[in-house]
Design a protein around this ligand. Structure first.
Ligand SMILES: NC(=O)c1ccc[n+]([C@@H]2O[C@H](COP(=O)([O-])OP(=O)(O)OC[C@H]3O[C@@H](n4cnc5c(N)ncnc54)[C@H](O)[C@@H]3O)[C@@H](O)[C@H]2O)c1
Length: 411
């Protein structure tokens, strides 16, 4: 697992007026323009106007399969050109970095080809649909690093200022030895059994269900905050609704409409697992799309010998902190409002108390990646980090298939 990025590294100076000519352009080519495509576009459009970057991201070209739809998306999202074949996109001279925002079944093929074409790569999570694909991608990324190319996975929740601050506080030893890591990622968009069988519900396109979609995020976030990998898991998974209507027409993110006909769901609807860290901390993870009333609830709590930290994505400008060394008379959880200029990423944003939102994690992701490219440093999370998460996901599936048998994760 690569070194977690220290929040200090994410604290560059506030934006300073510099002529565009002083910043060499960095051409971005993005594949996929729906949910993540829109979020990444927002990041690329905004980053250079907020942070003082050494290179200027240029939204060179976006790719989709439907010519009319991709041209409309290019206009809406701010891309200069549109392509209908990602193979054409990755060979364009004005594209330096390929940003992969497609379902998991195309991540490996596009990333391998882009690296072979000499481009930097940002790939959405989970890195791939299988460990084998992730291994090939990691090998290619490491070979490309020797040629000066970088590759990064889009685990954007590392880039919320409050989670970056939490990482910093854990690394400073404020919690002491960690005992517990408790993580949940809860959504409810699949509760309706009539919701159609989109790509997220088929193993051949998504790799796995709530596990790869939500579980990948919380495994990465937990490992980032703790600063070490999970070494073994015991798991249960379940598919609550096994047949669903086929989708009618294009789908986007978590929305779709049904057509006639029914198909089989071939992924998990929910995954619950426990895990161990090498240092002895115990972890619990829950990822589901069936938590009625919970829309996008990612919560993590760390308990250590000296104190605790808690984060909730629905209150993402806040971090809860308990210092157990304070006298019991007035010890207790307190709320840190993570909006100060000396908090991670916040030097470039608004005055204290004027909070950020979900989309800003994509701006910060773009900021860290552009900075790494300009400095010639290796950005994190690396493809090796993505592979390690993939190994955890595979171990969860293996354990669940054996009725929760403890399954070690190969390093
Ligand atoms: N970081 C996050 O918080 C987050 C959130 C949601 C999704 N994701 C990840 O982002 C990826 C995309 O998910 P999404 O929700 O944006 O999906 P989506 O269904 O909204 O969009 C997928 C896009 O990929 C395009 N596409 C599919 N195959 C293609 C191909 N062969 N060539 C060109 N375009 C192709 C589709 O046309 C569409 O534009 C997945 O890996 C998913 O796990 C990450």
């Amino acid at each position: 697992m690569g070194q977690p990025q220290q929040p200090d590294e994410a604290e560059a100076g506030a934006a300073v007026e510099k002529p565009d000519g002083a910043r060499p352009p960095l051409g971005i080519g993005m594949v996929g323009y729906a949910f993540m495509g829109a979020a990444h576009s927002q990041g690329w459009r905004t980053v250079g106007r907020v942070f003082d970057l050494p290179r200027r991201p240029v939204l060179a070209a976006v790719c989709g399969r439907d010519g009319q739809a991709v041209r409309a998306a290019a206009d809406r999202l701010g891309w200069a050109a549109a392509e209908t074949d990602w193979r054409a996109l990755i060979t364009r001279d004005d594209v330096d970095l390929v940003d992969i925002c497609t379902p998991g079944d195309s991540h490996a093929e596009i990333a391998l080809a882009a690296l072979a074409a000499g481009k930097h790569v940002l790939c959405e999570k989970p890195l791939a649909n299988t460990v084998e694909e992730a291994e090939a991608m990691t090998e290619a990324a490491e070979a490309a690093a020797a040629r000066g190319q970088v590759a990064m996975v889009g685990f954007n929740y590392r880039r919320v200022p409050a989670t970056s601050l939490a990482r910093k506080m854990v690394a400073e030893g404020r919690l002491g030895a960690l005992r517990h890591v408790r993580v949940t990622y809860l959504q409810d968009w699949l509760v309706d059994p009539q919701f159609p069988l989109t790509w997220r519900l088929r193993k051949e396109t998504a790799g796995s269900g709530a596990l790869g979609d939500l579980g990948a995020h919380i495994v990465d976030l937990a490992q980032y905050l703790v600063g070490e990998p999970v070494v073994g898991v015991s798991a249960l998974t379940e598919t609550f609704v096994r047949d669903r209507p086929l989708p009618g027409g294009p789908t986007s993110g978590l929305s779709a409409v049904s057509a006639n006909g029914v198909g089989q769901v071939t992924v998990d609807d929910a995954a619950v697992f426990t895990g161990r860290f090498a240092s002895g901390a115990l972890a619990s993870f829950e990822a589901t799309r069936y938590a009625t009333g919970r829309k996008n609830v990612l919560r993590i709590e760390l308990n250590g010998e000296h104190g605790s930290l808690a984060f909730d994505l629905e209150r993402l400008n806040e971090l809860e902190y308990h210092d157990h060394r304070e006298p019991g008379t007035h010890a207790g959880f307190r709320r840190i409002l993570v909006t100060e200029p000396d908090h991670p990423y916040l030097e470039a944003w608004w005055p204290p108390g004027h909070g950020l939102g979900y989309e800003h994690s994509f701006v910060h992701q773009a900021r860290d990646l552009v900075t790494a490219i300009a400095e010639g440093s290796a950005p994190v999370p690396s493809f090796a980090d993505g592979l390690q998460v993939q190994r955890v996901l595979a171990a969860v599936e293996e354990s669940a298939a054996k009725n929760s048998v403890y399954t070690p994760i190969p390093s």
